[in-house]
Structures are given as structure tokens and as C-alpha cells.
Design a protein around this ligand. Structure first.
Ligand code: F0G
Length: 458
């Protein structure tokens, strides 16, 4: 059989409120042409993020009912700790309310002013937490990452030569080395096992701890199984164990590959670091056996971490993303290739060549996908890049993208068909799309709250 079916049946449904293009045109204008400001009820297919938006399984809901809400030493905690240790292989597990809390605690213990943290691609919150401590977040993506159209299998890789040069030149300033798997900033592209191993070896040679940002670890492991010679016959949990065997620790947003709506954790092999992290945890997150989460959240994560490693799930998950990417590509729509894990990235720069970067082609495309079809994605381009912090000048982004992130287990094949059809229709009338100007913007992270106005047609 060629048809890959969703490997689940639906027991509980949430209605989508249907709307017309006329209504949505009014609503998006009311929202200042910023899709973050739309009530979610006014969205038909919400692809704003894959974070915290997963549908939980019956087994997860059942575990939540049976959870233990004791303040200290709850049964739910021990189940969570056992699962994280077994899946990732780290001795010390620190629970946090989401990924950025794990980042803040790790960096507070390791990063100082003037330090530089290399990564294949820092996510916004990772970068912001390093910069907040006076450090520099340095992206070292591999060369292939810059080309949106080539079919290289591991565009998420880190540039190992650049890392070696950094470590030779500025070893004293580097407190730790990081890899983000999959690389969200580079289009959800995976990192190969060979690259993980090479980065770990370099870090070890220079005596630096090596950390993994593990948010989408299962999707990365599946893509290694599919694309890297030697891994096709290994079970996914074994691939995961090997990936993390090279690392000294990890940060995790459970809102992605733990299939839950909230949660995270921080792991290390170093008992004295773990003790310092737990001291900070108590200050802002909570006691070390719950860390800002309810017992029920810990149980849901424990179940989710095993469910996400099921091959039927991962096959369906990655094929859903590839299905949309391949259909759009075959129809001539510029889209980042090859398909990665969690999202489809439309190349708005090539989709709308008549709109210059400072008239925000990504914003224009995202607004039109919403107006035309009720699909909510997010601009990852010049709007999100913001202004230079010293000169306050706008800086055109390297790529003008629209990310359509796919929530886990939420939408079906017919929803994906709708997304393909809608995108093709918008592609069909792309010349009619206009640029935008910003009418109001906050001093930083402007994409969340800026307001826009359409520019007149030329
Ligand atoms: N690291 C990566 C690679 C991420 O993609 C995210 C979140 C985080 C860390 C932070 O985790 O949200 O739990 O604090 N990414 C979401 C997204 C928000 O839409 O890509 P968090």
C-alpha cells in the first residue's frame, strides 16, 4: 500500500469554526495585520507553531488522571525521571516548566559576560538567554544550509571547521558547545550522527562540555535512520541513545517531541552542576521533584517520550511534512528542501519577487494565506529579524520565509490537502499581493506585537 494512514483514531474532537475570506479580511485588518493578534477561534488551520500544540493520547490522559500531586517525591516524578534517564541516558534530570527555563538555568550556571556559545543555530530564546548574561550566541551552520533548494540530507549540521577555528582562537571564551536537533532556525533540518560525533570529539579535545538542544530529538533520530548509511536497521530508541551518548547534557522543551502541551527539562552527567542547577530551580521554578510542573504534566511527558519513539508515529509524522513540501515543489512553489521534521517553509522571497525585503514579502504571504484560506503561519524574515541593536536600522533577513509548523497528531491528510490547495491558489494570484509597512513596533521582538498597513498597489 502507498497510502500512509494516520496511526491513530480520533476519540475526542474540537470543532473548527468555519469562516469566509470576507470575514477574515476584516479580522486580519482589525488585528493590525499581525497574525499573533488574531483570536485562535478565527483560524481554520493553525500552523503558527508545533510547540505545545500536540494532541495527547488516551494513555497520556489516563496517566494524568492517575498522577500524584504530592509536593515532594511524587510517584509521577519518579516515573518521569526513570523515563528521561532511560531514553536519554543522563544521570541527573532537572524538570522545568518549558525549554527556555532549562536554558536560563543552564546558562546561569555556565555563561558569563564576554563568553561565546557556538551552536549550529540558536533558537530565539536560547540566543536571548545567552545575550541576557552578556554572552555571544554564535551560529555556525554548515555551508549547505544557505541554499534552500539543494537536496542535501543533513542541512542542520554544524560547520565543524568553523568550530575548530573558534576553539583554537578563543578557547578560553567558550564555556560550552551546543547543537540544536533538529535545527529549527535552518528549516527543521536534521543533524547527522557523524556531525554529532565530530562536534562532541572537538568539544572533548578542548575540554568543553557538549550540550544538545533536544526539542525535536525523535524527528532527528528518524531522519538519521532514513538518510544516514548504517542506521536503517537500528531501532529508533537505540539511535537516540547513541546521539545523546556523545553529549554531557541537554536542554529540552517537552512541548515538541514529548507530545505534551507544557513542560521541559535539563539533564547533565555532572553531579556538582546538577546541584547548582537545582538551587536555581528552587528559586524560580519549584522543588526539584516537580520544577514548575504539576504531577500530571510529569506523567504525560513520561508517556509521551515513549510514544514519540514509535516508528509508526514517526513515519506518519515525517511523511506528512514531506507530503506538503513535495506537492508544492512539484507545482513550482518555492519551498525549502528537502522536507525537514516539523514544518514546511515557504520561500516568500522567491514566491513574491516583486515585493522587496523592507516591504516584508513573508508578512504579505502569511497574511494572504490567512485571508484566502484561514491558515495561520508565521513570517521568519525581515520582520522577525528586527533592527540592529546598536544602529536601530532595519536589516533585511538572509531569507524571507513563512513557516507552516505542523502540530503533532492534530491535523489529518485532508487538512494537509487543503493547505496544499490553498497555497497553490495563492501562488496563482501572487502578482496581486502587496507589500506592507509597519505602523507601530515595540523596541525588541517586534514580530509578536508590531502592527502593519498594506502599501498601495504600484
Ligand atoms: N529550542 C528550540 C530549538 C525551539 O524550537 C524552542 C521553541 C525552544 C528551544 C524553547 O522552548 O518554547 O518550551 O521555551 N520553539 C517554539 C517554536 C516556540 O515555535 O519554534 P520553549
Amino acid at each position: 500500500m502507498h497510502t500512509i494512514i494516520e496511526p491513530f483514531r480520533i476519540k475526542s474532537v474540537e470543532p473548527i469554526e468555519m469562516s469566509t475570506a470576507e470575514q477574515r479580511a476584516e479580522w486580519v485588518a482589525e488585528a493590525g495585520y499581525n497574525l499573533f493578534k488574531l483570536p485562535a477561534q478565527r483560524v481554520l488551520i493553525d500552523l503558527l507553531t508545533d510547540s505545545g500544540t500536540a494532541a495527547m493520547s488516551a494513555a497520556q490522559w489516563a496517566a494524568m488522571m492517575a498522577a500524584d500531586e504530592s509536593y515532594a517525591g511524587a510517584r509521577s516524578w519518579f516515573r518521569f525521571e526513570e523515563t528521561v534517564r532511560r531514553v536519554f541516558g543522563f544521570a541527573h534530570v532537572v524538570p522545568t516548566h518549558q525549554g527556555r527555563a532549562a536554558e536560563r538555568i543552564l546558562f546561569s550556571c555556565t555563561v558569563g559576560a564576554g563568553d561565546v556559545v557556538p551552536n549550529n543555530g540558536h533558537f530565539d530564546t536560547t540566543r536571548a538567554n545567552i545575550e541576557y548574561l552578556g554572552g555571544e550566541a554564535l551560529d555556525l551552520p554548515c555551508a549547505e544550509a544557505a541554499d534552500l533548494t539543494t537536496d542535501s540530507p543533513f542541512k542542520g549540521n554544524l560547520d565543524v571547521q568553523a568550530l575548530e577555528k573558534l576553539l583554537i582562537d578563543r578557547a578560553d571564551a567558550v564555556p560550552l558547545v551546543m547543537l540544536t536537533i533538529t535545527n529549527n532556525s535552518a528549516g527543521g533540518q536534521p543533524v547527522s550522527m557523524a556531525n554529532i560525533r565530530a562536534v562532541a570529539e572537538l568539544a572533548r579535545r578542548f575540554g568543553k562540555p557538549f550540550y544538545i538542544d533536544a526539542c525535536r530529538f525523535a524527528e532527528n533520530a528518524w531522519l538519521i535512520k532514513q538518510r544516514e548509511p548504517g542506521y536503517a536497521d537500528l531501532p529508533v530508541p537505540e539511535i537516540v541513545r547513541e546521539m545523546f551518548s556523545y553529549a554531557d547534557g541537554c536542554t529540552m522543551s517537552a512541548k515538541k517531541d514529548a507530545l505534551v502541551n507544557i513542560g521541559g527539562f535539563l539533564c547533565t552527567r555532572d553531579p556538582s552542576l546538577a546541584a547548582r542547577e537545582k538551587d536555581l530551580l528552587i528559586l524560580t521554578e519549584g522543588f526539584p521533584t516537580y520544577g514548575g510542573l504539576a504531577g500530571r504534566d510529569l506523567d504525560a511527558i513520561a508517556v509521551g517520550l515513549d510514544e514519540v519513539l514509535a516508528e509508526d508515529y514517526l513515519r506518519y509524522r515525517i511523511i506528512s511534512t514531506a507530503y506538503v513540501v513535495d506537492h508544492l515543489h512539484r507545482a513550482g512553489v518555492p519551498v525549502l528542501r528537502p522536507a525537514g521534521g516539523h514544518a514546511v517553509y515557504l520561500d516568500a522571497g522567491r514566491f513574491l519577487p516583486h515585493i522587496p525585503p523592507l516591504e516584508y514579502p513573508g508578512q504579505s504571504l502569511a497574511i494572504e494565506l490567512y485571508r484566502h484560506a484561514g491558515i495561520r503561519g508565521v513570517e521568519i524574515g525581515t520582520v522577525m529579524a528586527g533592527r540592529d541593536p546598536t544602529t536601530h536600522q532595519e536589516r533585511p533577513a538572509v531569507h524571507e520565509l513563512v513557516r507552516l509548523a505542523l502540530p503533532r497528531r492534530v491535523y489529518t491528510q485532508s487538512h494537509m490537502d487543503y493547505v496544499v490547495e490553498a497555497t497553490l491558489e495563492v501562488f496563482g494570484h501572487k502578482e496581486s499581493l502587496r507589500g506592507y509597512r509597519i505602523t507601530d513596533e515595540p523596541p525588541f521582538l517586534r514580530h509578536f506585537s508590531a502592527t502593519f498597513a498594506p502599501l498601495p498597489t504600484r
